[in-house]
Design a protein around this ligand. Structure first.
Ligand code: 3HC
Ligand code: NAI
Length: 677
């Protein structure tokens, strides 16, 4: 796990634990023994720690977190590195993260190749750097940089790391040769001043203001997450306490976080993200599939989704032809795309060069003929089957045979696209906002509006769900997506069922139908785009939402028309009805074989609905509550409310059995699902 060799007068400790050289027990042991061996060897004048293969160690071995801890502790290994009487140089390439960065901070010197990145991503796993990182980084770079890196988890380029003072030198060419040369150049220099534990944190006199501002910021930016808050506390201890006491406090906070449900959920999400990328279908898998080259693209429709999709493609450096039905709408779309690109640059999500290049990559048109050479078309016109069939008919005639013709439809059957090339037709369902959400495809939405029908206030529901950790409540999301889109979708559903929706429609396709959205739609309240929806906004297309008494009047008038007596719905019930219907649907999806693993569903929610990572996803959340309890509550709602919860055999079977239904997720040692009968 750690290869030991001596090159001239330098001992080389190469961590060899692919794929990311995680600091497993064996690696920690190897490092400790390597330092001891090199210290005793009179030929050795300096020591280098580096990583074999792809990278410097990218952190502690996350798979060990759920298991009983085993010595040697990383911090003890670090202490022995720092105490070495021979200079120790970290030679960094790849990603030097978490415990890896902590190891390097125990070394007396750090050099790196320009492509390397360093960071403390522990916060993304619900943790803080637990091997002295919170005490040593501030001593090296000061509080502002340390707080930013530790609370954000961001990766820092080698260039920036050099600027901050984390790296002593950037090297070109062969890293090991450069490291040997560097190590020999520091032999004999005093080591005491290189030992970070003895340093004072620079700018300590401003610690109170800086830490209080950081605390306020993380509470706002990472609302609901425990780890960023504890990160700030631990970093502050680097100023307030002597080194040894700061280490004790860091260790306590680390243990506390690691035992929390949030860390479990976030670590589950880390592995789930990687599990779902290993997809497999009857006709192929991630191993056998080969990506088709896409060099040119076209987007049809420059509304909410079309503009967002165009920004996505442009941000990836792809040329986009944007087609609309008339000049005015086309120009509107171009203005929106420009504003979205500018916003992305401001937020640091898209580099300025990419945004500038985008202006040359975007070609507006009203003419289908311009699409004849594109490799990929994404259609985002109104949700109307007749219109979409017409559009696909035109595309089929004009586009080259190899072009992929995709629809962003929310609900329509892709097989109805009616082209001569069904093998080249696919659904490509983006989530709004398309340039921000990582998910492409959908799982079933919610049925929350029923609760409003019965008496709940949409603003209270949004608040309850936001308090649970959702970045936006379901009604803000509906305003964002467009109430008109919901209206068009239900019109199409009704059409496909051979019926029409009227003011009196109470059931559609056997499910309870709620017409509040229709009433808002008829009053021109289409959501953010019109400045009015469930909320009112500061302007058309605005983002600042305020509750609107007019919307409540429309809802109340609706209830009266339907003879619905308003009743009070508790926060617990809101959460249960919102979450459990989704969990039930999740089991339904598994039962129907649409997805094969609960991780697929959880990741869809994490990416598509920005579900809080600290809850893991709805399926993980269900496992924490207990499937038995979830099942009983679903049955209760099914029996006591007009809401039609689809009964799921799978959940019933798993929920009602008392033994053998829960399995331990092997890596984390937490209960996540019921997948062993
Ligand atoms: N421990 C255990 N396994 C890890 C790991 C880690 N720290 N980091 C990555 N892996 C595994 C992944 O699960 C994956 O395994 P799989 O192939 O079986 O699915 C494999 O290594 C490759 O990972 P990726 O697919 O993510 O590879 P990439 O090249 O895309 O990314 C990476 C590499 C940037 C290093 C990314 O894996 C990553 O961000 N890893 C997590 C880094 C991290 O969080 N480090 C901090 C750990 S906590 C810590 O150090 C605590 C300390 O303060 C005490
Ligand atoms: P939108 O109403 O904002 O935009 C549709 C655009 O298509 C309009 O600008 C319209 O002028 C244009 N258009 C209509 N006919 C056209 C034609 N023949 N040629 C070129 N352009 C034409 O609608 P939105 O929200 O962008 O939805 C588009 C599609 O995306 C729909 O199928 C919808 O179901 C789907 N969708 C919507 C989501 C949302 O959150 N709004 C999410 C995911 C999918």
């Amino acid at each position: 796990m750690v290869d030991y060799s001596v090159k001239g007068q330098v001992a080389l400790l190469e961590v060899n634990n692919p794929p990311v050289n995680a600091l497993s027990t064996a690696v920690r042991t190897g490092l400790r023994d390597g330092i001891a061996k090199a210290s005793k060897d009179p030929k050795v004048k300096a020591i280098i720690i580096c990583g074999k293969g792809q990278t410097f160690p990218a952190g502690a071995d996350i798979r060990e977190f759920g298991q009983p801890p085993r010595a040697p502790w990383l911090i003890e290994v670090g202490d022995s590195i720092e105490a070495s009487l021979k200079p120790v140089v970290a030679a960094i390439h790849g990603t030097c993260l978490g415990g890896g960065l902590e190891v390097s901070l125990f070394c007396h010197y750090r050099i790196a190749v320009k492509s390397a990145r360093v960071g403390f991503p522990e916060v993304n796993l619900g943790l803080l750097p637990g091997a002295a990182g919170t005490q040593r980084l501030p001593r090296l770079v000061g509080l502002p940089v340390a707080l930013d890196m530790i609370t954000s988890g961001r990766h820092v380029t080698a260039l920036d790391a050099k600027k901050y003072g984390i790296l002593d030198e950037l090297v070109a060419g062969d890293l090991i040769n450069a490291a040997i040369k560097y190590a020999m150049s520091v032999v004999g220099k005093p080591l005491m001043e290189r030992r970070l534990r003895y340093k004072q944190v620079p700018g300590a006199d401003k610690a109170r203001e800086v830490c209080e501002a950081a605390m306020a910021q993380v509470k706002r930016k990472y609302k609901g997450y425990e780890a960023p808050v504890e990160c700030v506390r631990a970093v502050r201890a680097s100023v307030d306490l002597p080194y040894a006491d700061g280490i004790r406090m860091e260790s306590e906070l680390f243990k506390q976080l690691n035992a929390s449900g949030q860390a479990r959920a976030q670590q589950y999400a880390f592995f789930a993200e990687r599990t779902v990328s290993r997809w497999s279908m009857p006709n192929g898998s991630y191993r056998t599939a080969k990506a088709l080259p896409v060099k040119t693209t076209a987007v049809l429709g420059a509304g909410t989704m079309g503009t967002g999709i165009a920004v996505c493609l442009l941000s990836a450096g792809l040329p986009v032809i944007l087609l609309e039905q008339n000049e005015k709408l086309l120009q509107n779309g171009l203005r929106t795309i420009k504003a979205l690109m500018e916003g992305s640059v401001k937020l640091g999500k898209v580099p300025m060069e990419v945004a500038q290049k985008a202006t040359t990559l975007l070609k507006p048109t009203l003419n289908y003929e311009d699409l004849k050479d594109v490799d990929l078309v994404i259609e985002a016109v109104f949700e109307n089957l007749k219109l979409k069939r017409e559009v696909f008919g035109k595309l089929d005639k004009i586009c080259k045979p190899s072009a992929l013709l995709c629809s962003n439809t929310s609900t329509l059957d892709i097989d109805l696209a009616a082209t001569s090339r069904p093998d080249k037709v696919a659904g490509m369902h983006f989530f709004a906002p398309a340039y921000h959400m990582r998910l492409l495809e959908n799982i079933y939405g919610t049925k929350t509006s029923f609760m409003v029908e019965e008496g709940a206030n949409p603003y209270e529901i949004d608040q309850i769900m936001e308090d649970l950790g959702m970045p936006m409540g379901p009604f803000k999301v509906r305003d964002l997506s467009g109430i008109d889109i919901g209206w068009r979708i239900t019109q199409e559903v009704a059409k496909s069922l051979g019926t029409t929706i009227t003011k009196e429609t109470k059931y559609l396709g056997g499910e309870r139908y709620c017409g509040i959205g229709d009433d808002l739609y008829e009053k021109g309240r289409h959501g953010r785009k019109t400045g009015l929806g469930f909320y009112k906004y500061e302007k058309k297309g605005g983002k600042i939402s305020t509750p609107d008494p007019d919307a409540l009047d429309i809802i109340e008038a609706y209830r009266q028309r339907r003879g619905i007596v308003k009743c009070k719905i508790s926060s617990q019930e809101v959460i249960e009805r919102q979450m459990y219907s989704s969990i039930n649907e999740g089991f339904k999806i598994l039962e129907e074989g649409i997805c094969t693993r609960p991780e697929d569903i959880d990741i869809s929610w994490l990416y598509g609905f920005t579900f809080p990572k600290y809850l893991g996803g709805p399926m993980f959340y269900a496992s924490r509550i207990g499937l038995q309890k979830v099942y009983e509550r679903i049955c209760y709602y099914h029996e006591n409310f007009p809401l039609k919860q689809r009964d799921c055999k799978d959940l019933r079977r798993r929920g009602s059995s008392t033994s053998g239904v829960y399995t331990m997720y092997p890596a984390l040692g937490v209960v996540i699902n019921s997948y062993c009968d």
